[in-house]
Design a protein around this ligand. Structure first.
Ligand code: ABU
Length: 810
């Protein structure tokens, strides 16, 4: 078969991911699907994967996608006739600490909410399912009967065959040597075969599914794919006579997983400090290769494993394996349309869970490519969450020492990464540290999450209960509710859209009315054609021809990309001005009083009403004051050029000393916003959530003739919402909510929480979640499952705190 001169799509990489994408594209009817693999299918990392097929993942989306994978593999052998080696032996995860017990119980609750069968089991039941295992120190165990294991190479071959049966073509020994582009579009690829033939295939799309080579393949196309290979170790024992067929076992507290296959045990590790590999490039000849063994590195895991499963000591080690796998800066894989490109797609960085993710990832990407829209929320894995700096190799090296181990570390809420920090700092960084700031990181930004009191160690102590900053958060929360607080929001994404067509472009992209007077601030969403929310922003009209779009830090690149894609050929210039402006929020009933002390301007409601921005004087400098609020109180966000941010801060702090101005962190901000039921993009509102269901219909102006999503909004307004977002408050003030906890009505699962935090004014944990519209108005019979316990809860469609928004508008 000769390589075609033309294809609809060229997939670069013949591992399990590339083959799954080919399979799914072919399945939905794409013709001219061509996959090019530089060596043999599976020869990069797929061939040496352990082949575990587990559905319990750290997030909702990844759990849903892993569940799809499991369903696909159940029927793949029958469909293709290729023996996949899949065995539905179930899996167990055991906890050895009280903290891990809580994590497992919470995960079980979440998984159940998504329809994954999961059972909490006792140590005695573990021993029954896994003879010879030491169980006396197990605090909790989960059993997932529909999990399993398979043969990674055969699963890949089955997917490839399934793709070929539907017309896709796979070419081995074919290396892509160049990616041709015309502006933001790929036009084709050059390739070279092992036989020395060279050629060009013109194509409409390229998918980079090149495993650990993706970073460098991305560079060929000017696409940033932040990932790095790390050494991943496992051993395989000789056959052990006493063994019966066993389920997959995970003992995350000992960094270990176990897979029984043909009477042998494969023991793999996710050790706390990993060994990055391939920093200076991966050899051209790499194919079915393995790396130098490092017994000293693996020994601590093995020692614990031998105590856990003493029969290991009786077995010889047949294979000591070390092979590279790629890891991303946040342990979630990369999927989707590369920012800055119209037809380069990415599926890479599978963090050692490629086999169990491949089905779902392939299905999701194929649907996205087919329709041009994400089929459902993929925020956790969307490549557009990655910042340009995250392609830096030193950053990737240092971060990947940590991320491999985090797979099995305790996934505490609010856990911060320890490596490669301090990259993006605001002009207030040192000032805030002096004030006791404990920093967290988002998109590389160091942001104050809470402030330690004098004498208190400014460090997180993680747990599943009230962490050491709970009372600090409470005090910061109260300062904003009762007096005045200050927080640094410099990390906001700030994007200027300016030019002759700016108004028309903004009206087309935003649900809100952008034909507003200069100085107006509009809270709005970017909608997709289904009415789903792609971005949640405030837009300020700065001049007749210039708008400032303010976005969450985490979504700046995604939002800018959306703006660029939909601006088309219009006469506008779009500029990221994020680093140029600092933002200080001054919020609370005493904010007006404080502002009057530092600025000669008139701070009355009449002079500066809610939803307006104006230039002001402050201290010796200038700022633009935006009258908005994400915390439900009177206040202003002060935008200053970065050179003046520190001065504005010092002026506020000095003047605030005698009115009790308090530094406030983002944990308190989140607690304040959830009491007011303000939606948080990425949790409460995503591309999957219809703006009408989200309760944000008020922000959409369908009187405008034409904008993206208009028809979907009109239709949903006519039919009424399918789901509605409800605010919940646990009646018992002790348990905590994070997100993903199942919502029950009269004892039946009806949804799950999209976000959660503690409401220090409302006096209990608060959650927001979607439930079917027909029951949303009911006030009785609600409960939330927290770590297996059902907790009675109040429910309200209107914000429980200040439902008429009198405080922030007053
Ligand atoms: N590649 C190893 C997967 C480990 C796990 O599924 O827990």
């Amino acid at each position: 078969m000769s390589l075609p001169a033309q294809a609809r799509v060229v997939i670069i990489g013949g591992g399990v991911i590339g083959c799954s994408i080919a399979y799914h594209l072919a399945k939905i009817g794409w013709s001219d699907v061509v996959l090019m693999e530089r060596k043999r299918l599976t020869s990069g990392t797929t061939w040496h994967a352990a082949g575990l097929i587990g559905q319990l993942r750290a997030s909702a989306n990844m759990t849903k996608l892993a569940k799809y994978t499991q369903g696909l593999y159940v029927q793949l052998e029958e469909e293709t006739g290729v023996a996949t080696g899949c065995r539905w032996c179930g899996s167990m995860t055991v906890a050895l600490t009280e903290d891990r017990k809580e994590e497992l119980l919470r995960q079980a609750s979440m998984a159940r909410a998504f329809g994954v069968e999961v059972h909490e089991i006792s140590p005695a039941e573990v021993a029954e399912k896994y003879p010879h295992l030491k169980v006396d120190d197990i605090t909790q165990a989960l059993w997932l009967p529909s999990d399993g294991q398979g043969d990674p190479a055969n699963i890949t071959q089955a997917l490839a065959k399934g793709a070929r049966q539907r017309g896709a073509k796979t070419f081995e020994g074919t290396k892509v040597t160049k990616i041709h582009k015309d502006g933001a579009r790929v036009t084709g690829v050059d390739w070279e075969t092992e036989a020395g033939d060279t050629g060009h295939t013109a194509c409409e799309h390229v998918v980079i599914a090149s495993g650990m080579w993706s970073h460098s393949v991305g560079k060929m196309a000017g696409v940033n794919i932040p990932l790095h290979a790390c050494e991943h170790f496992y051993i395989v024992t000789e056959g052990i006579d006493k063994l019966t067929q066993l389920p997959v076992l995970r003992v995350p507290d000992e960094c270990a997983y176990y897979k029984e296959d043909a009477g042998k045990i494969l023991l793999g590790a996710f050790e706390p400090v990993a060994k990055p590999w391939g920093m200076s490039g991966i050899s051209e000849s790499f194919e079915f290769d393995q790396l130098q063994e490092d017994f000293d590195h693996f020994e601590p895991i093995l020692e614990q494993a031998v105590e856990r499963l003493p029969i290991l000591a009786e077995a010889g080690i047949h294979t000591f394996f070390n092979g590279p796998e790629s890891f991303t800066p946040d342990d979630a894989y990369h999927l989707g349309l590369a920012p800055g490109s119209e037809n380069i797609w990415v599926a890479a960085g599978f963090n050692s869970i490629g086999i169990q993710s491949a089905g779902g990832a392939g299905m999701a990407l194929a649907q996205w490519m087919d329709t041009g829209e994400k089929p459902f929320d993929l925020g956790d894995v969307d490549i557009s969450r990655m910042q340009p700096f995250q392609g830096n190799k030193r950053y990737l090296h240092d971060r990947s020492t940590e991320t491999l181990g985090l797979l099995y570390a305790d996934h505490y809420p609010y856990r911060q990464k320890a490596t490669a920090r301090g990259i993006r700092r605001t002009p207030l960084h040192e000032h805030l540290l002096k004030a006791g700031a404990v920093m967290g990181e988002t998109a590389g930004w160091e942001r104050a999450n809470w402030f330690a009191n004098e004498g208190q160690t400014p460090e997180y102590e993680y747990s599943w209960g009230r962490q050491n900053w709970f009372e600090n958060q409470a005090a910061e929360h109260r300062a904003i509710r009762e007096n005045v607080g200050l927080y640094d929001m410099t990390s906001f994404g700030k994007i200027r859209v300016e030019g002759r067509d700016a108004e028309a472009v903004m009206n087309r992209i935003c649900g809100g009315d952008m034909s507003v007077p200069v100085g107006r601030i509009v809270y709005t969403q970017f909608l997709n054609n289904r009415g789903g929310i792609e971005a949640d922003v405030t837009v300020t009209r700065l001049t007749e021809t210039a708008y400032l779009v303010v976005t969450p830090a985490a979504t700046r690149l995604a939002d800018e990309t959306w703006l660029r894609r939909h601006a088309g050929d219009a006469n506008v210039v779009i500029t990221d001005v994020t680093p140029g402006e600092g933002v200080i929020a001054v919020m609370g009933p005493n904010a007006r009083n404080l502002m009057a002390r530092v600025s000669p301007d008139d701070w009355s409601n009449e002079a500066h009403p809610f939803g307006h921005a104006r230039e002001i004087e402050i201290g010796y400098g200038l700022a633009r004051a935006h009258r908005v609020s994400y915390v439900g109180e009177l206040g202003w966000e002060l935008y200053t050029s970065s050179d003046m941010t520190a001065h504005v801060y010092e002026t506020l702090v000095e003047a605030g000393a005698d009115v009790g101005l308090k530094h406030v962190g983002l944990h308190a901000m989140d607690s304040l916003r959830i009491e007011k039921a303000f939606r948080h993009f990425g949790h409460d509102i995503t591309c999957e959530d219809h703006v009408v269901d989200a309760g944000l219909s008020f922000a959409v102006k369908t009187e405008k003739p034409d904008f993206i999503g208009r028809d979907a909004v009109l239709k949903r307004r006519e039919t009424g919402p399918k789901l509605r977002m409800v605010q919940f408050r646990l009646r018992d003030p002790r348990p905590l909510l994070f997100h993903h906890e199942p919502i029950l009505k009269d004892g039946k699962f009806v949804g799950y929480l999209a976000s959660g935090n503690y409401g220090h004014t409302l006096g209990g944990a608060i959650g927001l979640g979607y439930v079917p519209a027909e029951i949303a108005k009911e006030t009785d019979g609600w409960s939330i499952e927290v770590a297996g316990e059902r907790v009675a809860t109040d429910a309200s469609l209107r914000p429980m705190y200040d439902p008429r928004s009198e405080r922030m508008r007053g």
